[in-house]
Design a protein around this ligand. Structure first.
Ligand code: NAP
Length: 257
């Protein structure tokens, strides 16, 4: 059994919906105090209210991970409300479709600025507080797309998700001296509003390509994040956990039968 997260403060970026909301709710259910971060304060507040109505501790913050000053404000205010920061879940991310032949520099930059630079800024903003924690934990939400697999139309997204892992490995070395670990969860296809938007045909094709024959749940990702945030995971740093129902395993459709 993992040591309870009671009295630990967790900053979750991109927590107003999807995987981040699942992470925020699951950490809160385990007794952690949760800073719910998104660009829309109204939406972040909805998640925070839901957590408080279920007996958890949560506070909503308006923050843009692509803006360092905004994230510094979030970190300062979180520490002001909850007394410190122990865990950062750098989860916020975007995945717009853009075929290479049509992709503009602006589209590339938007994805890289949110997904890759946003990971750096979230970490930089929270670092002064993580250094003061008994043990600091950073969990990055990467993806199988990019580091392991490819998907036509998401080359910039794949590049940003692979960039997060390259960043993480060097960050692990820099942060070890502060007893801070950094690891990544690599989700496969997780049932979220964002994924739902890709349509029924996409969802059916995806489900068929997953050996466990279901899409993942946001809780599947949250549970991996909670393990990496635990005291018991303290000797693990710079590593990844693929949470995909076996999706990256088959060499061919034949291998699925
Ligand atoms: P989602 O449902 O679209 O939610 C994205 C969240 O991020 C929202 O709360 C959004 O709120 C926030 N956000 C977006 N841009 C932001 C910014 N610049 N600053 C702060 N918050 C921002 O996405 P999701 O599917 O849960 O994905 C979450 C993470 O999991 C992403 O990193 C994604 O790459 C990764 N992932 C997802 C899947 C999947 O199957 N869903 C698979 C692999 C990896 P605002 O718009 O209000 O800011």
């Amino acid at each position: 059994m993992l040591t309870p997260l009671k009295d630990k403060t967790v900053v979750v970026t991109g927590a107003s919906k999807g995987i981040g909301k699942g992470i925020a709710k699951t950490f809160a259910a385990k007794g952690a105090k949760v800073a719910v971060v998104a660009r829309s304060l109204t939406k972040a507040e909805e998640t925070a209210v839901e957590i408080r109505e279920n007996g958890g501790a949560a506070h909503a913050f308006e923050g843009n991970v692509a803006d360092l000053e905004s994230m510094k404000r979030v970190a300062d205010e979180t520490a002001g409300v909850f007394g410190g920061i122990d865990v950062l879940c750098a989860n916020a991310g975007i995945f717009p479709n853009a075929p290479i032949e049509e992709m503009t520099g602006e589209q590339w930059d938007e994805v890289m600025n949110t997904n890759a630079r946003g990971t750096l800024y979230s970490l930089q903003a929270c670092l002064p507080f993580l250094k003061k924690a008994e043990y600091g934990r950073i969990i990055v939400t990467s993806s199988i797309t990019g580091p392991v697999t490819g998907y036509a139309g998401w080359s910039h997204y794949g590049a940003s998700k692979a960039a997060q892992l390259g960043f993480m490995r060097s960050a692990a070395l820099e942060l070890a001296r502060y007893n801070i670990t950094i690891n990544a969860v690599m989700p496969g296809n997780i049932m979220t509003e964002g994924l739902e938007g890709l349509g029924d045909q996409y969802l059916q094709a995806m489900t068929a390509s997953i050996p466990l024959k279901r899409l993942g749940s946001v809780e599947d990702i949250a549970h991996a994040s909670i393990f990496l945030a635990s005291k018991e995971a303290g000797f693990i740093t710079g590593q990844t956990i693929v949470v995909d129902g076996g999706q990256i395993l088959p060499e061919s459709l034949e291998a699925m039968s």
